[in-house]
Design a protein around this ligand. Sequence first.
Ligand code: GLU
Length: 303
Amino acid sequence: MGTQTGAGRFAPSPSGPLHLGNARTAILAWLFARASGRRFLLRVEDLDPQRSRADAAAQQLAELKQLGLDWDGPVVWQSRRGGRYRDAVDMLRREGLVYECFCTRREIQEASSAPHGAPGAYPGTCRNLSDIDRERLCRIRRPALRLRVPPEERRGEITDLRFGQVCGEVDDVVLRRRDGVPSYNLAVVVDDLAQGIDQVVRGDDLLSSAPRQAFLARCLGGLPPVYAHVPLVVRPDGTRLAKRDGDASLPELAAAGWDAARVRAIILDSLGLPDLPLHRVVERFDPAAVPRESWCPALPERT
Ligand code: GLU
């Protein structure tokens, strides 16, 4: 075990109970952190008022404890940290790195489905608006705020323990949504920096977000973490589990006879690890031996 001073974390969004994939990622994040002598922190990503549910957050924390996870210090709740996100946007604004974007989702989709647009990528419509246009639009719509990424920074590289050096797109990411809510990308970066997190273990569906988050971390005067984007849990047809649909949720599994101890044992088995208390498993944990393919377990029938 090393003597690192950094920290790893698990950061669930409380939009429903955890599913088997979330549980596996949480256990992996814990093992990666503990095996490298890091602290392990828990953060509830409850910024989105439409999708976050207080009861789901409490349930997720209970589920993590039942799986045998522990964490250092109090749980951090993003919904209580609005001041930090405002400060970060102000700092970026002072550096000339923020602009107002008046586009609706539909306008962005239409522009990005044009022949040369990358799907979903922001086409830059509002990047260079004149003052007159900006004032006119301000009277009609409340703007989102976006990061102004200089052209030479539009490709970024990150270090990932599974994928190696990964180069990806850094786009003009939204910092604050039109409804005033800080964006996921801003909040993740602000909090990872503020919490001293230098190791981010999470599902590989977020790999493509890492270069933009790493760039944002540098803009805010910090260093990006080392990443480990771990494989997802999928159904036999290859689709991934979705928390909002209650897919293979821990309560559903418990109802089918897979209690927390069984879920943990099955997850550890999928990682080639013995069914022991986690503080003993950690001695045998080798990050390089984590399977690289997504995991397709035989799930109990849905009730
Ligand atoms: N809150 C995100 C989720 O539940 C994870 C964010 C992250 O780990 O960066 O999918």
